[in-house]
Design a protein around this ligand. Structure first.
Ligand SMILES: [Zn+2]
Ligand SMILES: [Zn+2]
Length: 349
């Protein structure tokens, strides 16, 4: 079986792995699609300590075998990968904070004993069966590969709530930003302004519900935002670009007393102006990951059509084109979510 592994800065290797076997507690899944995440692009562009199981963590497919002690999924089930339920026994679970369960965090980072030796850029994978979510029939395999990043946004919006009719700014219209536009609307936002330099992404943001899409370099940007969000400025700013400088920028854009949610993962340290933060009395929430329940809630929104996932898929490639797809995503482009279909050109013979 051929597997795509990100091995360091600008390092992508296609390696042969034995077909995975269903050990106790694990299920084998034949992968239909695996999305390329910003995390994968960071790992490829900058290197650093990414565990092999993290690269390719947004996938969906069909269960082909179950090991002993597996319940909840059966052979033939269509599933998507997600976070495990809280363990109930770690110090944080016992302290009454299961949403911050350390066992779940370790599994999300690919650092637990059950972690597979590779991620979802592969034709099959064996994983802890508790991390598999049964898919509803209304959700296609390609859309299912987007449930993981969509749930990241659901989680962030539960941590950075919005009230009915409030105005929001979404910084960046990549996959996370385009999901944020839709979910902040579903959560009750009135006006939603997107800040995005790439024209086709800005168009997509408008078609998915943004009231306005503006380029970040506009001299009168703040004035144009206030024209849509009201003279006080936006109640909420969601930082979805993952660029160090946009963290401070997000605080500058929000109204005094407003909220900033950090969703983008910046790969380098960021500089902030504490006086602006204090002077604004800004509330800032950082988020990473999600809970088991939030995954199901997100799937429900996608199943009934209120959350659109399919428009985010801008390309699908085989494993042999993974490196060039990662390379494309390191530069500004109109691409949003590129899916890898490991069945394409999977047979090295
Ligand atoms: Zn991701
Ligand atoms: Zn726990």
């Amino acid at each position: 079986m051929r597997v795509g592994l990100i091995t360091g800065k600008r390092g992508l290797e296609l390696r042969e792995f034995p077909a995975p076997s269903p050990e106790p507690g694990k299920a084998v899944v034949e992968i239909a699609f695996c999305g390329i995440c910003g995390t994968d692009v960071h790992a490829y562009a900058h290197g650093g300590g990414y565990t092999p199981a993290i690269c390719g963590h947004e996938w969906a497919g069909t269960v082909s075998a179950c090991g002993p002690d597996v319940d909840g999924v059966r052979e033939g089930d269509r599933v998507a990968i997600g976070i495990a339920p809280a363990c109930g026994v770690c110090a944080l679970c016992r302290a009454g904070a299961p949403a911050q369960c350390s066992t779940v965090l370790m599994s999300m980072l690919g650092l637990d004993a059950m972690a597979p030796p590779h991620g979802g850029f592969a034709s099959a994978i064996a994983v802890n069966a508790a991390r598999l979510y049964g898919l509803r029939p209304q959700i296609g395999d390609a859309e299912a590969a987007l449930l993981e990043p969509a749930t990241v946004v659901t989680h962030a919006l539960r941590r950075t709530p919005v009230r009915v009719g409030e105005s929001a700014v979404v910084v960046g219209a990549g996959p996370i930003g385009l999901l944020a536009v839709q979910l902040v609307r579903l959560a009750g936002a009135g006006s939603v302004v997107v800040i995005e330099p790439e024209r086709s992404r800005a168009e997509l943001a408008r078609s998915l519900g943004a009231s306005e899409a503006l380029e970040p370099g506009l001299a009168d940007l703040e004035e144009r935002i206030r024209a849509v969000c009201g003279p006080a400025g936006p109640d909420l700013v969601l930082e979805c670009a993952g660029v160090p400088s946009t963290i401070q920028r997000s605080v500058e854009l929000v109204r005094r007393g407003g909220r900033v949610g950090l969703l983008g993962l910046a790969a380098a340290p960021a500089t902030i102006q504490p006086a602006a933060w204090l002077g604004k009395e800004v509330s800032l929430t950082a988020s990473l990951g999600y809970t088991h329940e939030e995954f199901e809630a997100t799937q429900e929104l996608a199943a009934d059509g209120r959350l659109q996932l399919a428009p985010l898929v801008t390309d699908t490639v085989g494993l042999g084109e993974l490196e060039s797809a990662l390379e494309r995503l390191t530069k500004p482009s109109g691409q949003v979510k590129i899916l890898v279909d490991p069945r394409r050109g999977a047979d090295p013979a």
